[in-house]
Design a protein around this ligand. Structure first.
Ligand code: 5GP
Ligand code: MG
Ligand code: MG
Length: 181
């Protein structure tokens, strides 16, 4: 079968995202007001635009680091383990860590990443996820801060891809496949 045709229906406008990021940054800055230097960890690649916008709104001393893990794709393995593809450059032992994720879907990725990072004994890890699909959750994991709750749709834009495309869309849209006849 050839690649399917699709259109992207706007779900969250660039303006709405910017307003939400500003509000999240205010809450996060307040939460960490006593922290000497926060380590903000972006989970690549989907969070790269979100983290860039978020850290510029934070009124805090921050260090920025990145982690990339393998995605399990459509694997049906029940464990759905993830592997580190690109590790952090810095140490997080005894540090306050804010993990920035694009989407929490089933929760497996976030749960495994938290397990991996917790073996390094950070002082505390909190999570900020741009999008949350609570109806899809299979693992009991929760982000302290969530940008938007969304329905069970496949989304793209604002850093998030479909087959490595559409990351550069300024808004978030839902992919809708079009039947070809
Ligand atoms: P989970 O392990 O929670 O099921 O899924 C986590 C990852 O799957 C997300 O961080 C994201 O990379 C990917 N994912 C989940 N939903 C979507 C979606 O709607 N669109 C895209 N492009 N990726 C998604
Ligand atoms: Mg992700
Ligand atoms: Mg992806």
């Amino acid at each position: 079968m050839t690649a399917k045709n699709y259109v992207i229906d706007e779900l969250i406008s660039a303006k709405a995202i910017a307003a939400r990021v500003e509000a999240l940054a205010r809450e996060i800055s307040e939460f960490y007001s006593d922290t000497e230097k926060l380590v903000v960890v972006g989970l690549l690649r989907g969070s790269f635009i979100f983290i860039a916008d978020l850290v510029r709104e934070l009124d805090l001393p921050v260090e920025v680091d990145f982690l990339e893990v393998s995605s399990y794709g459509n694997s049906t393995e029940s464990s759905r383990e993830v592997r580190i593809l690109k590790d952090l450059r810095g140490e997080i032992e005894h540090r306050d860590v804010l993990l920035v994720e694009d989407i929490v879907d089933t929760g497996y990725t976030l749960s495994h990443v938290l397990d991996i990072l917790n073996t390094r004994h950070p002082k505390r890890i909190e999570v900020c996820a741009l999008l949350d699909k609570p109806s899809r959750r299979e693992v009991d994991v929760k982000a302290r801060w969530i940008g938007f709750e969304i329905p069970d749709k496949f989304v793209v834009g604002y850093g998030i891809d479909y087959a490595q495309r559409n990351r550069n869309l300024p808004h978030i849209g839902a992919v809708r496949f079009i039947d070809q006849d």
